[in-house]
Design a protein around this ligand. Structure first.
Ligand SMILES: *[C@@H]1O[C@H](CO)[C@@H](O)[C@H](O)[C@H]1NC(C)=O
Ligand SMILES: *[C@@H]1O[C@H](CO)[C@@H](O)[C@H](O)[C@H]1NC(C)=O
Ligand SMILES: *[C@@H]1O[C@H](CO)[C@@H](O)[C@H](O)[C@H]1NC(C)=O
Ligand SMILES: *[C@@H]1O[C@H](CO)[C@@H](O)[C@H](O)[C@H]1NC(C)=O
Ligand SMILES: *[C@@H]1O[C@H](CO)[C@@H](O)[C@H](O)[C@H]1NC(C)=O
Ligand SMILES: *[C@@H]1O[C@H](CO)[C@@H](O)[C@H](O)[C@H]1NC(C)=O
Ligand SMILES: *[C@@H]1O[C@H](CO)[C@@H](O)[C@H](O)[C@H]1NC(C)=O
Ligand SMILES: *[C@@H]1O[C@H](CO)[C@@H](O)[C@H](O)[C@H]1NC(C)=O
Ligand SMILES: *[C@@H]1O[C@H](CO)[C@@H](O)[C@H](O)[C@H]1NC(C)=O
Ligand SMILES: *[C@@H]1O[C@H](CO)[C@@H](O)[C@H](O)[C@H]1NC(C)=O
Ligand SMILES: *[C@@H]1O[C@H](CO)[C@@H](O)[C@H](O)[C@H]1NC(C)=O
Ligand SMILES: *[C@@H]1O[C@H](CO)[C@@H](O)[C@H](O)[C@H]1NC(C)=O
Length: 702
């Protein structure tokens, strides 16, 4: 009974203290931080990357990193380790973070995201993105593998692929950061560089991760649990979402596999991006500019293909999860190969992929192609024809089109996944000749400001939505080029080319919606009522994430689905219930079309839109890596990226009175634990005595 009695005394002491220090004091010394985004743990076949805290959170004395001497304080001279470091963006790079990791004196890091981006550039991604899962390998262009000839992302320091055993959070510069800085200034700055006196301002971060080691391990744990447990505890989930695709003429989505006598021109781009932090991925240049270009392309082709259709159909594909070893494209190619998609690889005439296109230098765009497949003379002549078609299509536009040298491989692109399965003529359109122009590749600075999607002051949200930025004009030109190229490539008459041009106003609305403000009147009118609920004030983020039954499809994916439906579909007069089930109505077919109910524009004097039903050849297809389909979690060919689960993401600051008090608090914690264990034991042991009267009759049978 001795130890328990002691802890009970401690407990009473603790509550007594709390009673004396009234609740206002508690508020002063205890602040929960909002609007923070953590770095979380991701796993692939062989590694874990990202960050985590211990199970009860990591606590350290707060130190604000402002000068080199602060760095020294944290790493060696400061007397109260471990430290929790609040830092500005200029210190946040691989070398500093690795020094923190090696010092063992850092309990966690909070990065304050500045309003303006670091001028020297910053990319926490690899310098050779998707190195192991593209087409180049020791069997295919070995001299081009591993970025041997071209390092695509030279600023990439690989920080996102390191494993940290302390938590790292990001915080947007606002009132919270002021509170933290004030707490630090008031309590932690010693006079004349001497050690500061207790009480000190401390910070605690919670981001404990359930999964460890690699995807093989965490999926095996999950599999065992779901086999033997009624309420399985899942520790990690595959990164998944949906690809979006559409075609000029509808394809029968029930009939899979080879489509006799059809050759389609494929236009592809990617939907996603990432950064060091979870769900912070603005992806302006790396994703948004490309998919907005393709959306504008679809719209530009609409009118002409209705009056003067092309002999060949055109397939538009938006791939999801490409940042993580080509999740979306590898899945679609896998489905094509196995007769599970509406067409197969032999149905592909040629492919045009839109890469990063918004940062042109000297008004130039580049057509990248694969030097290895071009050694085949028939492919070579197809690629030459495609390039000359595109150059013809680009005549009269405000930029020129060129090819980089013949020895340069393709940049990281979905097209590489197609080439792994067969020779297909194709090009990747990009704004860079060799290394990326993007100085913030897969970082949180790749945002609207970087693409100059900014507005004159004093414009209302509605006026911003309609304001045509120069960036929008440039992107519209690229879309015009792509649309005209696709039209010729699909066999259309060159005489009709002048009729094809993308609408800068549509482009500017898309850039505003995807980069600045998703909750705008245009998006609200365009999407389904349940999507409207999800349009928050925060700009959309393009990290693929994990999606389950409760939240099956990423919001940005659905917006793209509905915009595509608006650009390719027709308005019907079906009612909302007919829209859900049009199967028996004459002239309607779910094999050929999706039927989507949209909110519709809201009249000024009303709160609810007049909804209507669109019939459109637009589809979603699963973007889950074939590795998870095949349960081959150690796959070398397919993406194996999974995200760990967690219970609690949380950050707070408080004052610690002294090391002794910390120990006391710990003691109380241990005491409470012991007491509750004992109580549980006691209750269990004496359960029949304690609860005999309240038991259910059925359970007495046991
Ligand atoms: C990382 O940041 C530190 C502190 O600002 C700086 O001294 C160092 O040069 C940076 N390292 C790199 C590789 O940029
Ligand atoms: C890179 O390519 C060159 C030229 O083919 C070759 O000599 C060299 O060995 C390659 N380097 C690596 C690391 O593969
Ligand atoms: C998993 O990720 C780590 C860290 O980026 C990398 O070194 C490793 O090659 C990856 N493993 C596979 C099988 O791709
Ligand atoms: C931040 O502080 C200012 C003034 O101190 C206040 O007006 C504003 O509402 C605060 N913002 C938030 C998000 O708390
Ligand atoms: C701090 O240092 C300055 C100059 O070295 C000295 O004049 C001052 O008295 C010191 N302050 C305290 C509080 O020790
Ligand atoms: C689509 O294909 C399926 C299976 O081949 C077939 O049963 C169906 O009739 C087709 N639908 C249309 C509208 O052609
Ligand atoms: C070249 O590609 C075509 C398919 O486009 C294929 O039929 C042919 O066998 C290839 N030639 C060589 C030499 O690989
Ligand atoms: C953005 O504006 C700056 C300054 O006018 C210019 O140098 C830069 O090229 C512009 N960037 C884009 C993507 O238009
Ligand atoms: C192209 O535009 C011209 C002039 O506006 C029009 O006469 C012609 O019908 C259009 N052609 C197509 C295929 O839309
Ligand atoms: C979106 O904007 C509308 C109109 O300004 C507003 O009523 C609604 O609350 C906003 N929705 C969210 C989630 O912020
Ligand atoms: C597309 O949206 C516009 C409003 O922006 C609307 O007028 C038009 O009817 C829509 N078309 C379809 C097919 O949904
Ligand atoms: C709203 O305004 C429209 C025209 O602006 C009018 O036709 C309609 O009757 C009005 N509805 C209500 C409920 O006032």
């Amino acid at each position: 009974m001795g130890p328990q009695a002691a802890s009970l005394v401690l407990l009473i002491l603790f509550f007594a203290c709390n009673g004396v220090n009234s609740s206002s004091v508690q508020q002063k010394i205890y602040v929960e931080l909002k609007n923070t985004f953590p770095c979380v743990r991701l796993l692939n076949a062989t590694h874990q990357i990202g960050c985590q805290s211990s199970i009860s959170g990591d606590t350290g004395i707060l130190h604000v990193l402002e000068t080199e001497s602060d760095l020294n304080w944290v790493l060696s001279s400061g007397p109260n380790p471990p430290y929790l470091v609040l830092m500005d963006a200029q210190y946040f790079n691989r070398s500093t973070m690795m020094r923190f990791r090696d010092s063992m004196r850092v309990a966690g890091v909070v990065l304050v995201i500045p309003k303006s981006s670091p001028p020297q550039g910053f990319s926490p991604h690899n310098s050779c993105p998707n190195q192991g899962t593209g087409v180049y390998s020791k069997n295919y262009g070995p001299e081009l593998a591993d970025c041997n000839t071209t390092v695509w992302n030279p600023l990439g320091d690989g920080l996102s692929y390191e494993d940290f055993n302390f938590p790292i959070f990001s915080l947007h510069e606002d009132n919270d950061t002021d509170i933290i800085r004030k707490c630090y200034q008031d309590h932690n700055v010693g006079v004349n560089n001497s050690a500061p006196q207790y009480p000190l301002c401390a910070m605690q971060l919670f981001s404990h991760m359930h999964a460890v080691k690699d995807t093989v391990t965490c999926m095996r744990r999950t599999d065992i649990q779901s086999r033997f447990s009624i309420s399985p505890e899942i520790v990690c989930d595959a990164l998944t979402d949906y690809n979006v695709w559409a075609s000029i003429r509808p394809l029968n989505n029930t009939a899979k596999g080879h489509l006799n006598g059809e050759k389609l021109v494929v236009a592809a781009t990617r939907l996603d991006s990432r950064s060091f932090f979870w769900d912070e991925a603005p992806g302006a240049e790396s994703g948004v500019a490309g998919f907005v270009t393709l959306l504008a392309t679809v719209q530009a082709l609409r009118a002409v293909t209705e009056t003067a259709p092309t002999p060949n159909n055109i397939l538009f594909v938006f791939f999801q999860g490409e940042a993580f070893d080509y999740i979306g494209s590898s899945r679609m190619v896998y489905d094509m190969k196995n007769g599970k998609f509406v067409i197969d690889l032999d149905n592909i005439h040629s492919l045009i992929e839109i890469g990063q296109v918004a940062l042109r230098r000297d008004s130039k765009l580049w057509l990248h192609s694969d030097p290895v497949s071009r050694k085949n003379s028939s492919i070579e002549s197809e690629v030459k024809k495609l390039v000359s078609n595109m150059q013809h299509a680009g005549a009269g536009l405000r930029f020129s089109l060129d090819e980089p040298g013949v020895t340069q491989p393709l940049p990281p692109s979905s097209f590489q996944r197609f080439l792994r399965e067969g020779v297909i003529p194709g090009v990747v359109l990009a704004d860079h000749q060799s290394a990326f122009n993007n100085r913030y590749y897969e970082s949180l600075y790749d945002n609207a400001e970087y693409l100059n999607v900014t507005y004159p002051p004093n414009l209302s949200p509605e006026e911003q939505l309609e304001f045509v930025t120069n960036t929008a004009k440039d992107v519209a030109e690229v879309a015009t080029l792509v649309a005209r190229s696709l039209y010729i490539q699909a066999g259309g008459e060159k005489a009709n080319l002048p009729n094809i041009s993308a609408d800068p106003k549509m482009v500017t609305q898309m850039l505003y919606g995807f980069l600045v403000q998703p909750n705008n009147s245009w998006f609200r009118a365009l999407v389904a009522p349940d999507v409207v609920q999800k349009l928050g004030p925060r700009p959309l983020q393009y990290y693929i994430g994990v999606h389950d039954k409760s939240d099956p499809i990423k919001t940005s994916t659905r917006i793209i689905q509905y915009i595509l439906a608006n650009f390719t579909g027709t308005v019907t007069n079906l009612s909302q219930s007919q829209c859900q089930n049009p199967e028996n109505l004459p002239g309607e077919s779910k094999d050929l079309y999706s039927y989507l109910w949209v909110q519709g524009p809201v009249a000024p004097n009303s709160t609810q839109g007049e909804g209507y039903c669109i019939r459109a050849p637009v589809r979603l297809s699963r973007a889950v890596s074939p590795a998870f389909e095949l349960q081959d979690y150690g796959s070398k060919d397919y993406s194996t990226w999974a995200e760990s689960r967690w219970k609690r993401i949380n950050a707070r600051i408080f004052l610690v009175a002294s090391r002794d008090l910390e120990m006391l608090t710990l003691g109380v914690g241990v005491g409470v634990l012991l007491v509750s264990l004992l109580v549980t034991y006691f209750i269990n042991a004496k359960a029949d005595v304690l609860f005999s009267s309240s038991r259910e009759p059925s359970s007495t049978a046991y």
